[in-house]
Design a protein around this ligand. Sequence first.
Ligand code: 5GP
Length: 233
Amino acid sequence: MELLYEGKAKKVYSTDTENVLRIEYKNDATAFNGVKKDNIEGKGILNNLFSSFFFEMLAGKGIKSHFIKKISQTEQLVQSVTIIPLEVIVRNVAAGTLAKRIGKEEGYLMRRPIIELCYKNDALGDPMLNDDHIEVLDIATQFELQEIKAKALEINEVLIAYFKNFNIDLIDFKLEFGKTADGKILLADEISPDTCRLWDATTKQKFDKDVFRRDIAPLRETYQALADKLGIS
Ligand code: 5GP
């Protein structure tokens, strides 16, 4: 089948079925807008595992996504959507770029979750946008944006509660949403340790891509340890 798109972590192929795409999770790991790169055997398998698991779990809680089913170790079928070019970041604890921006130590607990919206545009370095930019640039209407924010906060609540069972804190994460041909907004892209920050609540050990970004520990072993902790296989 035809390769429609290749991103940093996934390839997207057409299928014989209308509005259904096949996603292949790659072993490539990148950070800092592609400046740091590696190819890590087993990463695609692990992220397909995590992402399939989280999309299924969210579906069980009534939160729909593009996910249809996992079809192999590295592949899943998804509903075709037009990706809304926004990185929807939900933060419970200040870390990463937010900690730097506000001059707080990583680990600063915020009173409530906050949402940041960034323009999904590598050439521009994914700049942060406000609601006005998003409306005026026709990225999403105010109405759609409210729906996206509400869904993101709902997903945050489900994921926080889930990880709490394993003594893991959900620090922050990035979501992407897409629009179906009939205009419905669906959660899309992936949910994995590539797109979340996850810390052991007691030891603060990191179980996410920061181990690769910051050369803290081997990525595959870290993701495998997370899968083992969560009992996902
Ligand atoms: P930060 O803005 O602190 O770098 O990232 C906040 C959260 O969003 C982190 O969980 C990070 O993994 C996720 N995130 C933000 N931008 C990207 C991106 O371009 N790719 C991936 N995989 N995750 C991102």
